[in-house]
Design a protein around this ligand. Structure first.
Ligand code: TXA
Ligand code: MG
Length: 317
């Protein structure tokens, strides 16, 4: 069953199997996860992985996250440590990506890990992606389904807008529940957050019973997700604004902002989780309305607000 966009497919048994066959043949598919939509390919196949880089126009040195159904598969590719097991028990499956040492015997394409000695692994929670991972005997290399440096996709339609017909299967899992990418934690030497997300440093600290470092933008980029220009709608953005101006799109947070043609509210009820869910949708809407400039009101630097501010800061660069 297809809708008017011939490459968007409903979730049903037939389409799940079609997708699985596609992936087995080293083709790519766009799939829903609880964070954002991903562009998936066989992580063991150089051919599939190279297609991902090409279609996304992603720099070769920016490694991909490898997605698994369960622990037994991760063991084949990564060296697991105590901190990993503690966090795994608490947060997996879920929106947490671990950077670990890659096993020498791992079959994961060296292109997927950008020739590094480390590997990023995640066990997603979304039911659709879990069904697919269960039906294949290889993990999925899966970056967010957007062109490099652009805004991630949170609906199947967003993926179409990014890639048009280039991706032949886009499974429609509805709107992404979280709406912002997974937290990335590097466990290769201590515990360092490379990218903030729904799972907070304080949540992780409590489980590991130690302080976790939060890596800010530095010259020594460990995770290219830390690259300053990223998550960009392609329009200049100014943060921490108070005044609403005519012809400038205003991204608001909270009920003190009235509705207006150029006002886009992340959450009237000041709910940061709702704001995260709306962020990329609103950035895309503003872009489609051809605004030349975006102002953003102050967003609380707590909870997932930290991740929202992180993405907005990079988008503003
Ligand atoms: O929520 C998510 O994580 C989504 C969904 C689809 O799972 N995926 C996602 O992938 O956001 P991507 O490629 O857009 O972001 C992956 C981030 C990048 O910042 C990349 O540089 C970093 O993970 N990364 C991957 N492997 C790494 C490694 N070995 N060391 C450091 N950073 C790594
Ligand atoms: Mg991305």
């Amino acid at each position: 069953m297809r809708n008017i966009y011939s490459n968007i497919f409903k979730i049903n048994k037939k389409n799940i199997f079609k997708t699985v066959n596609f992936l087995k043949k080293k083709d790519l598919a766009a799939l829903p996860t609880e964070t954002v939509y991903g562009l998936a390919g066989n992580a063991y196949s150089d051919i599939s992985v190279k297609k991902i880089y090409r279609i996304k126009k992603r720099p070769k040195k920016n490694p991909l996250i490898i997605h698994y159904h369960s622990l037994s598969q991760i063991r084949k590719d990564a060296i697991l440590n105590k901190d990993f097991f503690k966090l795994y028990r608490k947060f997996c499956p879920g929106p947490l990506t671990f950077i670990l040492k890659k096993k020498k015997t791992s079959k994961v394409s060296s292109f997927a890990t950008a020739k590094l000695k480390t590997i990023a692994v995640r066990i997603p929670r979304n039911k659709v992606i879990r069904q697919i991972l269960k039906l294949i005997d290889f993990p999925l290399a899966m970056p967010s389904a957007n062109k490099s440096t652009k805004v991630s996709s949170v609906t199947a339609q967003n993926v179409v807008n990014e890639f048009d017909k280039t991706i032949r299967i886009i499974l429609d899992g509805g709107r992404s529940k979280i709406g912002i990418e997974s937290t990335v934690i590097d466990l290769t030497l201590g515990a360092k957050i490379l990218r903030p997300g729904l799972i907070l440093p304080s949540n992780i600290s409590r489980i590991l019973k130690k302080k976790v470092k939060i890596i800010k933008n530095t010259k020594n980029i460990k995770s290219p997700g830390q690259l300053k220009k990223h998550y960009s709608p392609g329009i200049p953005i100014k943060l921490n604004q108070k005044k609403i101006k005519k012809n400038i799109a205003f991204i608001a947070f909270g009920k003190k902002y009235k509705t207006g043609k150029n006002i886009f509210n992340l959450s009237y009820k000041s709910d940061l989780n709702e704001a995260a869910r709306n962020l990329y949708r609103i950035l895309r809407t503003i872009k489609n309305c051809h605004y030349k400039m975006i102002y953003v009101s102050k967003i609380p630097q707590k909870g997932i607000g930290i991740a929202i501010n992180d993405r907005l800061n990079r988008a503003a660069n």
